[in-house]
Design a protein around this ligand. Structure first.
Ligand code: SF4
Ligand code: SF4
Ligand code: SF4
Length: 345
């Protein structure tokens, strides 16, 4: 191979440009994943929630989770006085919590000043979930038909990448058990075969938590928004296509539906009478971080091909220079001899 200095610089420049271009082209965000036609989810309407918290023990019972005790006093022999199962947040043993906003006198429902409002925290079943994207062994999966984001304890290796990846802080790890695992809401999919559905929705007395197909829930959101605040109407209760209902009045909603656009949309959507930033809901972009990060990762791996070609050019040029100067370049080392005396039988 003969190449002069000018030619070498030209080739090196072209190769480097190809490397950068290869990475840049493939680092464009991949197309966002779309909501499955038959996707199911929840609608939480904070204006209908009365704060009874029936959905919290129902969730525990449905998922066979123990109560959590908040210690008040520990006695000399370790005996404890504690608050019975009133968790402040989701945890390895709590998949669903109802929280409250309160300001001033705290007497006016769904108002910012001197008001109070309820919100629900549980997995949102993202359309393009970061937890699924981050999991290296596909222990987190998204069902292609229902869109439910599920978890397999058998596949999980306990790396907790999903914990770090979820922008809503949902997956939790049961550090306090001998066989730790990830905990998150799986939309009670284990109950579907028996004709049941999300326990939190099934037990909710007002339909504040409502289960159903996402397209039907979205139509119900549009119906509620089309009615004047204070209008008396019948709300579906339990599941949107079920027989149960609740008569109440339409709330004065803030314009935004939380979950409609956040990180590409979610299958659990929230309506509220107070701004979501007061309810500790994170501000997020409308693009899924999963689509961007996967594209960058794949772009880096793909882009390594071009730098490897560039490295080959450098090695060839170095060998040529050594030969020109009368220096023998090193040969490729021979394969190591086997230390074992035994062969294949
Ligand atoms: S059961 Fe319904 S009304 Fe009661 S706290 Fe839960 S969501 Fe609110
Ligand atoms: S909210 Fe978090 S845990 Fe739930 S699907 Fe989205 S990324 Fe995964
Ligand atoms: S769908 Fe099931 S697991 Fe999820 S919050 Fe409701 S009751 Fe809990």
């Amino acid at each position: 191979m003969s190449i002069d200095r000018r030619g070498f610089l030209k080739l090196a420049g072209t190769t480097a440009t190809a490397a950068v271009a290869g990475t840049a082209v493939t680092a464009e965000a991949r197309p966002p994943k779309v909501m499955p036609e038959e996707a199911v989810g929840l609608l939480f309407d904070g204006t209908l929630c009365v704060g009874c918290r029936a959905c919290m023990p129902a969730c525990k019972q449905a998922n066979d989770m123990p109560p959590e005790l908040t210690p008040l006093k520990v006695g000399p022999t370790g005996e404890t006085n504690a608050v019975w199962d009133a968790p402040l947040d989701i945890s390895g043993h709590t998949l669903n919590v109802i929280r409250a906003y309160r300001s001033g006198e705290g007497t006016k429902k769904d108002q910012v000043e001197d008001g109070f409002a309820f919100s629900k925290k549980s997995c949102l079943h993202c359309v393009d979930p970061s937890c699924v994207s981050a999991c290296p062994v596909s222990a987190m999966t998204k069902d292609p038909r229902t869109g439910i984001v599920g978890y397999s304890v058998e596949a999980c290796i306990g790396c907790r990448y999903c914990v770090a990846a979820c922008p809503f802080g949902v997956p939790r790890f049961t550090f306090d058990t001998p066989t730790p695992k990830i905990s998150k809401c799986q939309l009670c999919k284990h109950r579907f075969a028996d004709g049941h559905y999300a326990a939190c929705a099934e037990v909710c007395p007002t339909g504040a938590t409502l289960f159903g197909k996402v397209k039907d829930l979205k139509a119900e959101i549009a119906r509620r928004r089309s009615l004047a605040p204070g209008t008396s109407t019948t709300f579906p209760r339990g599941r949107i296509d079920g027989p149960d209902s609740y008569v109440g009045t339409v709330g004065k909603y803030v314009e935004r539906t939380y979950g409609e656009k956040e990180i590409g949309g979610t299958q659990v959507m929230h309506l509220s009478g107070v701004p979501f930033e007061l309810l500790d809901k994170p501000e997020l972009p409308s693009v899924s971080p999963a689509s961007t990060s996967e594209s960058i990762q794949h772009g880096i791996y793909y882009g390594l091909l071009a730098p490897m070609g560039f490295l080959g050019v450098l090695v060839a040029a170095a060998r040529r220079t050594m030969l020109e100067r009368g220096v023998e370049p090193p040969e490729t080392p021979p394969p190591p001899k086997s230390s074992s005396s035994g062969g294949t039988p």
